[in-house]
Design a protein around this ligand. Structure first.
Ligand code: ZN
Length: 149
């Protein structure tokens, strides 16, 4: 029996690890580097807790922590960070397209982004792209949603 391909399933890493790698990836994309102080601020966690977690992520091969350069992603860490950031974006665009309030979208996405497989994300991506390109259908769905109360 062929081995199950790990990368296509959800729940490969803990939500906490995924949140860190997503955050580190976003910081590096945006600022060029990720410092403990910024990770702590963005995740709303103390710097001491972040430092502990970074050491764990370093030991597990997801990041390399250098005192002066900050946190650098390994290939494996980047792969996870990119994937979670992609789930976050697709889910956010899909839900925001329906006009849901940003707080609800954010809270729901933060939960859902840890619990969908690659294939489900492909489905949601197709749906999002189709809806974003079809204003008539989007209006119809939004007014149906309104009527649900
Ligand atoms: Zn997220």
């Amino acid at each position: 029996m062929p081995a199950k391909r790990k990368e296509t399933t959800a729940h490969v890493h803990s939500p906490a690890i995924e949140d860190y790698l997503e955050q580190i990836h976003n910081l590096i994309e945006g600022k060029g580097y990720a410092r403990v102080v910024d990770i702590a601020k963005n995740l709303g966690i103390s710097q001491a807790s972040v430092t502990n977690m970074i050491q764990k992520l370093d030991a597990e091969g997801f990041v390399v922590y250098e005192r002066y350069r900050g946190v650098v992603l390994t290939d494996e860490g980047r792969k996870v960070g990119v994937e979670i950031a992609r789930r976050h974006e697709v889910l956010t665009r899909l839900l925001a397209g329906f006009g849901l309030d940003p707080k609800t979208v954010h809270e729901d996405v933060e939960g859902m982004e840890h619990h969908i497989s690659r294939r489900t994300l492909d489905v949601l991506t197709l749906l999002m792209e189709e809806l974003e390109g079809n204003a008539v259908l989007m209006r119809k769905l939004r007014s149906k949603l309104e009527r649900l109360g």
